[in-house]
Design a protein around this ligand. Sequence first.
Ligand code: SAH
Length: 488
Amino acid sequence: MDYRKNQLIELDITDLGSEGEGIGRTGAFLWFVKGALPGDRVRASVMKLKKSYGYARLQELLRKSPDRVAPPCPVAASCGGCSLQALRYEAQLKFKEQKVLGNLRRIGGLELSGVQLHPIIGMEQPFRYRNKAQFPVGTGRDGRPTAGFYAGRTHSIIPCEDCLLGVEENAEIRRCVLRWMEEGGVPAYDEQSGKGFLRHILVRKGFQSGEMMVCLVTNGERWGENSALQLLSERLMKLPAVTTVVQNINTERSNVILGKKTQLLAGAGVIRDRIGSTEFLISAQSFYQVNPVQTERLYATALSYAGLSGRETVWDLYCGIGTISLFLARSARKVYGVEIIPQAIEDARRNAARNGITNAEFFVGKAEEVLPCQYEKTGERADVIVVDPPRKGCDEQCLATMLRMAPERIVYVSCDSATLARDLKYLLADGCYTLRELQMVDMFPQTVHVEVITLLSKLDSKRHINVDLPIDEMDLTSVESKATYKQI
Ligand code: SAH
């Protein structure tokens, strides 16, 4: 059947796409409808047509999904952050499980029957879990400064007084900054012209310590009087929660939030937090997991997958401020951490010293460069390698070196199951490793994102030789995986 733009169609929504959009079918034709949920029957207008699928705009809910709930946030529909808020939390968890397993099968070509799949770990309180908020600052239609979140796929700012994923204190910090801007006539940064001063308000809280940092991201060093920023900083420090204020200078015309230079305005310039028994200092620029409650569960899983006895050499690649490294160091002989951001490694070293950990060593650089280089230099194998890369996953050079180092266990922590699937396919390809366990942890309730942690173990080479099976076994695995791949 031919469809036209703006034509109205009626659909039963049966699935969710990877961005949380509803999926329905008319015959073999697939429709993506933002805001629709599985179980809904909707009327939608055709927006965009491709050969076998199209996009339609939700016009009317003809029948509501039993999993539909009223989103508690007033801007849930327009803000680009929470695409699953209208879905009951249990159904969100189910969606994430299916998404991850689907990617592993489709992209990774993995056959999961031999894998221990643990039920996803959700949150008891799936709101107010984020320890970090970053509000872009802009100018509202009324000409006044505003701050909030980007609308989905655009850079127009949806004003948001109180994001329900963040902590309550964020609201008064945001108000304080906006008031200062209005009083002093401080212009918000304008992405189009590259002019204006304040770009972002970044707030971090240590959930255990209660300490809070405000980082003001500015386009240039100062605005007006030298003392203007100082005045804002003093006001912020008077708020009960704020313990430090820093300024980050970003004059680049790009959408990267932070610039290279950070300077202190008040307080210590860092906040403290605790994971398990380890205390961490966190600065504005360092990566730090945003959901501390679930992080503790994630790291506990990483520790158990690492299976440490105290004698092991462990590499923690993409280590950030050394959180996983230090968490594992107490149970290992030696831990090496690698991270690309120099400030994060400074934090990692300070954190090691602070916690009296002397068996952790850190390298600044790309994992795909440091690991091969060190292995070349020392020839030292690893017993366990932990990787926790950003969404784009690991570089092939890094994966290849990991295999050459032949660790007993590889623990892969991933925030993007598509790149995880791609990398697992590579790591499992030569049949030396097997995927043993998989645990999902919902670090990002109300959004489509989910953290996955997997354990790969080296197959016992001695046993292989004894039983004289390696080639048969490998053939069988590849035949099986091809068969499953096609079936899907
Ligand atoms: N394991 C840490 C951080 C994980 S986030 C934790 O749990 O807190 C991923 C980290 O990888 C970020 O700190 C990022 O700066 C770093 N990174 C990105 N690309 C990298 C690369 N090529 N080599 C090493 N680190 C990299």
